[in-house]
Ligand binder design. Structure first.
Ligand code: 5IU
Length: 273
């Protein structure tokens, strides 16, 4: 059964600081919409985020698809991520870098902390595959602990794309990994297609789900779309991640409001049951 607890009540008790903050924003702004700002032009991204900031609880980025001017890449990246952080404070949303870390603990530490992107310094939330085993979580947590700001991790329990190898036993083993007390304050939830866990005392995993459209369908490259009513109402997910449905629209603000409204109503219907 999808969780019938409100985001507000979960914001008081969630085991991670990042989760408490996110749930609080969702309750206050009445939005469970995450914008996946899959654009390659940094200025277009900033313009979209300025317009859509008031409607979202979370902004999902792919920092490594953005075409920064090559000669000044490092300073362009820093100024871009600083502007995103300013916008996240102005409009009260969090930032989720969809990095999908997938290497051994030692390597992901460098990828999370360093390189040209310095993801840990500006992204409140990031995600990782469970395939390397618990060392990946330990490695990321050590970096997060040194930041001095709430940092949360989502594990990929399954993906939205057709034929993905997640779900089933893989998901069960990922859940078992997430439950380790060592990272109770860091692993805040999952990328999954339906509610995960909740069977243990005090457990509350936030489930974020991509593959959401206004109609059921696909994109010809394996993406599979469900509606906001299906993912939030029927399948018990918490945060609805939308990319091209909004970014590719003629009027992104109007469409984002349709997604926000339908996703929020589906949530209200779920908690009233
Ligand atoms: N994304 C998925 N499926 C997944 C995971 C991430 O679609 O299982 I993990 C990302 C890819 C893209 C966004 O950045 O979410 C969805 O974009 P569209 O709404 O444009 O399909």
């Amino acid at each position: 059964m999808p969780s019938t607890q409100t985001y507000e009540s979960r914001s008081q008790t969630h085991p991670t600081a990042a989760g408490r903050k996110l749930l609080q924003i969702m309750a206050q702004k009445r939005t469970n919409l995450c914008l996946s700002v899959d654009h390659t032009d940094p200025e277009k991204i900033l313009a979209l985020v300025r317009q859509l900031g008031p409607k979202i609880c979370l902004l999902k980025t792919h920092i490594d698809i953005i075409a920064f001017p090559p000669t000044t890449a490092a300073s362009s990246i820093k100024s871009f991520t600083t502007k995103l952080q300013e916008l996240s404070r102005e409009h009260a949303f969090m930032i989720f870098e969809d990095r999908k870390f997938a290497d051994i603990g030692s390597t992901v530490q460098h990828q999370y902390r360093g390189g040209v992107y310095e993801i840990a310094s500006w992204a409140d939330i990031t995600n990782a595959h469970a395939v390397p085993g618990p060392g990946i979580i330990r490695g990321l947590k050590e970096v997060a602990d040194g930041i001095g700001q709430p940092r949360g991790l989502l594990l990929l329990a399954e993906m939205s794309s057709k034929g993905n190898l997640g779900g089933g036993e893989y998901q069960q083993r990922t859940l078992a990994m997430a439950r380790d007390r060592e990272w109770r304050g860091f692993v805040m939830g999952f990328i999954a297609m339906k509610e995960v866990g909740g069977g243990e005392e005090g457990e509350d995993f936030i489930v974020m789900t991509p593959g959401v459209g206004l109609q059921v369908g696909g994109d010809g490259l394996g993406q599979q779309y469900r509606t906001p009513e299906e993912v939030v109402g029927r399948d018990g997910c918490d945060v609805v991640i939308v990319g091209r449905g909004i970014v590719g629209a003629d009027d992104p603000v109007a469409i984002a409001e349709v997604y926000r409204e339908r996703s929020w109503r589906a949530y209200e219907g779920r908690v009233k049951k």
